[in-house]
Design a protein around this ligand. Structure first.
Ligand SMILES: Nc1ncnc2c1ncn2[C@@H]1O[C@H](COP(=O)(O)OP(=O)(O)OP(=O)(O)O)[C@@H](O)[C@H]1O
Length: 629
């Protein structure tokens, strides 16, 4: 994705609009709608069906361990009746040895089964989290660029991480912890029913009352959880913003302001966390009271049965042990819905993200180009960013193949918008753009981008060496071709003084290089691409005069067989172009050579502070400009 274009999309409402349009089109449902739809059953089903099968072997191993652990739990309760009746009722001391050995065996089996189950579930969870993170990320980088509007990049990444963890939690809660708890309950219920069917029935009858009261808590939690992901993403984006802008923060002494806005977001998050915690904690008193009520009831009933109706103390003990052991899994099961609902909000957002149509789908559709000459034509092109007044009002111009064209204009005149349109990062509201006479909307997106190389003002470099970054322009280029591009872009002149030359690591986002050095690497990358059209969008703004002249002379040299479009604010950069287009407030105000424009265009003169009557020196600068330079 090109950074230069990206910068222009922050601050618009495009993403929301795209998303709303998408939802309106019926292709996707909003997170809110998804969640409320029948307890999100279709969403849960999709989550499991799409993500569990690749890890089915591991999952089934875990399930087997759960079955063993559940059987061992049931056996723990059952052995109580044998122990009490044999040792204490029948007073058979010798039985103690055998029973102790069995108890050790049961606990050993249960321990091993629990261990294996934890290990396998952990592996499945990690694998699903990674899958979901990768799926979301690989979709995100293919989004239409408008989808990034109004969003801090860190927010996207934070949401991706959060959503993936939530998705894995839902899958494993339902298919692993819940299944394991249900298995344990079945084993324990069998012991209870065997010892006392009547009392078992009473215990089960109380449970629905508990589930009903839990329902109210679930609804409240769902509402609270909705804002939690947003707040987490906000904290992340404020933090990242501060790190990115640390030099500005320090130079303006804004540390307190930055810390205060971070603290405010963290505080909000803390409050939301406390609310969620408090609501979710309400479960405990409800469950404890319910459990105590059943045990109290059972003690009265059991004493009556044991003392009057010939029940053995062993049966009483086994029942109460089974009941106590069943209490924890039952409590967890009662709150499954609560836990799931908290996560489903994030899962809904994750599917919204995954379902967003990717612009890449357009990549293969459309005509394919061969032997592109690099001629471009704008025919009455108009474009407005969402909710804003038009950035371009019906612009028409032509760039001949191999022409060296410069675009000048005041800030906000629409220059970068033209670049975004050429690269099809945005589509015109009206009019057409033709590449070699073909409407670019009819050409496959991949072919359009293959034939246009962009160097933007805000350079983006990947962590890696200078050579790796240049190679991104054409991955199959030879080392020699990389070195020639590096020479042309004046990379060699600084890389040769570095210990590792072109193999020097640039650091995260190129932080080990200066702004001008990064721009030179980006220019080399674009040159290596060998595209018939090369666009420089403020690409030399950070270069010193000497390097800039060298780079632009090479670009504007007629021997350089490419169409060059160069946007610049510096007169020294554009004056050597064959032709200069002057833009003003989204309209093409004039076009011509530097000398012609300096003579006749008021706007052109005002952009470069040229004096109307000043004599023009060689190369088209005023005498004053020439002296100042
Ligand atoms: N993402 C966006 N959302 C809304 N309006 C935008 C967006 N990007 C640009 N604009 C508006 O569109 C107009 C043209 O912007 P553009 O970036 O094309 O200007 P420019 O000539 O390249 O400016 P500069 O020289 O400062 O880079 C401006 O009025 C700007 O405010």
């Amino acid at each position: 994705m090109c950074d230069g274009a990206e910068k222009n999309f922050h601050g618009s409402t495009g993403a929301r609009v795209v998303r709303e349009r998408y939802i309106a089109s019926g292709n996707g449902m909003s997170a809110k709608k998804r969640i409320s739809a029948a307890l999100a059953y279709p969403l849960v089903k999709r989550l499991i069906v799409e993500n569990l099968p690749p890890h089915i072997k591991l999952y089934l191993t875990g399930l087997l361990c759960s079955i063993v652990a559940a059987a061992a739990t049931g056996a723990t309760a059952w052995i109580m009746s044998v122990m009490i009746n044999s040792i204490y009722v029948e007073r058979n001391a010798a039985a103690a040895w055998g029973i102790s050995a069995v108890i050790v065996g049961i606990f050993l089996v249960k321990g091993i089964a629990d261990y294996c189950q934890t290990i396998t579930t952990g592996k499945v969870r990690r694998a699903i989290v990674s899958d979901l993170q990768n799926r979301q990320f690989s979709r995100m980088v293919r989004f239409d660029i408008n989808r990034f509007a109004n969003q801090h990049p860190a927010k996207f990444v934070s949401k991706i991480m959060f959503n993936a963890r939530a998705g894995a939690a839902v899958i494993l809660t339902l298919t692993s912890s819940t299944v394991s708890d249900v298995l344990k309950l079945i084993a324990l219920a069998s012991v209870m029913v065997k010892q006392d069917p009547m009392m078992s029935l009473i215990s089960v009858a109380v449970l629905p009352l508990l589930f009903l009261s839990v329902g109210a808590i679930t609804r409240k939690l769902k509402a609270l959880a909705r804002g939690e992901t947003e707040l987490a993403a906000l904290v992340q984006s404020i933090g990242t913003e501060a790190v990115e802008g640390i030099r500005t923060i320090k130079s303006f002494q804004l540390e307190d302001k930055a810390a205060a806005s971070f603290a405010k977001a963290v505080r909000k998050m803390e409050r939301r966390g406390i609310q969620i915690n408090r609501t979710s904690a309400l479960m405990s008193p409800l469950m404890e009271t319910g459990g105590g009520f059943i045990i109290g009831l059972f003690i009265i009933y059991a004493s009556w049965q044991t003392l009057g109706n010939g029940k053995t103390p062993g049966e009483f003990m086994a029942f109460i042990t089974a009941f106590m052991l069943a209490y924890e899994p039952a409590k967890r099961l009662a709150r499954v819905n609560v836990d799931i609902q908290k996560q489903m909000v994030a899962v809904g957002q994750m599917f919204d993200l995954i379902d967003t149509p990717e612009q890449r789908q357009l990549a293969t559709a459309g005509e394919h180009l061969t032997d592109v000459e690099g001629g471009l034509r704008f025919e009455d092109v108009a474009f407005s960013y969402e909710g804003n007044s038009p950035a371009l009002h019906g612009v028409s111009f032509e760039v001949r193949p191999r022409e060296k064209l410069a675009i000048a204009g005041r800030s906000g005149a629409g220059k970068t918008t033209i670049v975004n349109l050429i690269l099809r990062l945005i589509e015109p509201d009206r009019g057409r753009i033709l590449l070699d006479g073909k409407d670019i909307t009819k050409i496959s997106l991949a072919d359009v981008r293959d034939n246009i190389a962009l160097v933007s003002q805000d350079v983006f470099l990947f962590e890696g060496s200078i050579r790796d970054n240049i190679r991104d322009g054409r991955p199959n280029a030879s080392d020699q071709e990389i070195e020639s591009a590096a020479d042309l872009a004046r990379v060699t002149s600084f890389a040769s003084s570095l210990e590792n030359g072109l193999d020097t690591l640039v650091g995260p986002s190129g932080t080990n290089l200066s702004g001008g050095q990064k721009q030179r690497v980006a220019i080399a990358r674009a040159l290596l691409k060998n595209a018939p059209v090369i666009v420089y969008d403020e690409a030399t703004s950070a270069l010193d005069g000497e390097n800039e002249r060298a780079v632009m002379e090479a670009a504007f040299d007629n021997a350089f067989q490419r169409t060059v479009i160069c946007i610049a604010h510096r007169l020294s950069t554009i004056k050597a172009a064959d032709r200069i287009l002057v833009f003003d407030a989204g309209m093409l105000a004039d076009s011509g050579t530097h000398d012609e424009l300096a003579m006749r265009s008021e706007i052109y003169r005002s952009i470069f502070h040229l004096e109307a009557s000043a004599p023009i020196v060689e190369g088209g600068e005023t005498l004053r400009q020439s002296v100042l330079r």
